[in-house]
Design a protein around this ligand. Structure first.
Ligand code: ZN
Length: 371
């Protein structure tokens, strides 16, 4: 007669948890369904009996004091607890003696809709009416799933429990398992007269228009969450959420840099030399710009507060306009003579390497080039 502790491979001081773990490990290895060998079957019986005794505090105490010497049918032992055996083996999943019927009402699924915005929408925010294919509450039954005037009735088969006990013959003898009732799908009730409009689902497919205010400052890839604007759940369950995924189309003139807008201003050589005034068309409308005499290629003119409103609020960024001086490329003889004369009179230095500019403007120029 093997010692129960030895059979399970645990010490005499093993905790109930350690005993349970040891039993599960052995049961997985030796269960007749897994291991059809004769020896395995015998060992499984021993292991199971050892577990039955040691998992019951009273029996374990008695065993420790020298009781229960017979492997089966001993004092209060034997295969008393099939449920316990199966619970230990399946981690309680097949136990199912507790558990309530499940609800027909479930949360609806989330939905994703894509919206395309231009840069103006990003600067000022936008309003969109988006069409969503979704599920809405059934008008006829208002989510009850039943024909008006009728109600669900308690399931005949499971009597409202939502699950049924099934007795399965196995090498262990008869084992009772609990399974969802197939008649009511585990709901515990059946619907004798399903609503004709929604076929007893409590909701119908529909195309819905959702009005959305899109805040300023969004960017491509951002998902806006609209809680409760997704589809309604089965049987009138709560709505899921609607997600709006944003794509911003590139603008011909302006690009974005954080909360700032960037643009390039082409200035002719004479205007760069002499200075001038001009009006540019920003996303906010016309803005007057002063080109100071002697402005350099790469200089940046900053127009405060004409950038993007940050998504989380706060002050608008700036519009930064980088100067690009356009060198004349086709000169007639007279123009050429003028420039040559100018060069002679100014004694401009020959081209030469300058100190490397690592200042702000050099960086900005790089950004313009890359962006
Ligand atoms: Zn209905």
């Amino acid at each position: 007669m093997a010692d129960h502790y030895e059979v399970l491979g645990v010490s005499r001081e093993a905790t109930p948890d350690e005993i349970k773990k040891a039993y599960r490990r052995l049961a997985r290895e030796l269960h007749p369904d897994v291991n059809p060998g004769e020896d395995a079957s015998e060992r499984f019986k021993l292991v199971t009996h050892a577990y039955d005794v040691l998992s019951d505090p009273e029996q374990r105490q008695r065993y420790d004091m020298g009781g229960d010497s017979s492997p089966f049918g001993g004092a209060g032992g034997g295969f008393g607890g099939f449920g316990d055996v199966f619970e230990a083996f399946f981690g309680g999943a097949a136990g199912g003696r507790s558990g309530r019927p499940r609800s027909r009402r479930e949360r609806g699924q989330d939905a994703l809709v894509r919206v395309t915005l231009d840069l103006g929408d990003v600067v000022f925010g936008a309003h969109r009416d988006v069409e969503v294919d979704t599920a809405v509450l059934c008008d006829t039954c208002e989510g009850s799933c039943c024909q008006p005037g009728t109600q669900p009735v308690t399931c005949d088969i499971c009597h409202g429990a939502g699950h049924v006990q099934r007795t399965v013959r196995s090498l262990l003898g008869n084992v009772v398992t609990s399974q969802p009732c197939t008649t009511c799908q585990g709901y515990g009730t059946t619907i004798p007269y399903p609503c004709g409009t929604c076929a007893g689902q409590g909701r119908v497919r529909a195309r819905r228009t959702v009005s959305v205010d899109i805040p300023a400052g969004v960017e491509t890839g951002l998902r806006l969450q609209l809680p409760g604007s997704g589809e309604v759940g089965p049987a009138g369950g709560p709505n899921g959420d609607l997600y709006l995924e944003v794509t911003v189309t590139p603008h011909e003139v302006f690009s974005r840099d954080g909360d700032d807008l960037l643009a390039t201003l082409e200035v002719s050589m004479p205007d760069a030399v002499l200075g001038t005034e001009t009006t540019i068309e920003s996303l906010d409308g016309p803005v007057d710009l002063e080109i100071r005499p002697g402005i350099q290629a790469g200089d940046v003119l900053t127009i405060k507060g004409r950038g993007i409103t940050p998504l989380r609020g706060g002050q608008r960024g700036d519009l930064r306009v980088g100067v690009h001086v356009v060198t004349p490329t086709r000169l007639d003889a007279k123009q050429r003579a003028l420039i040559e004369d100018f060069a002679k009179k100014t004694k401009a230095p020959a081209p030469h390497l300058a100190e490397f500019h690592q200042g702000l403007f050099a960086k900005l120029r790089d950004r313009f080039r890359n962006g």
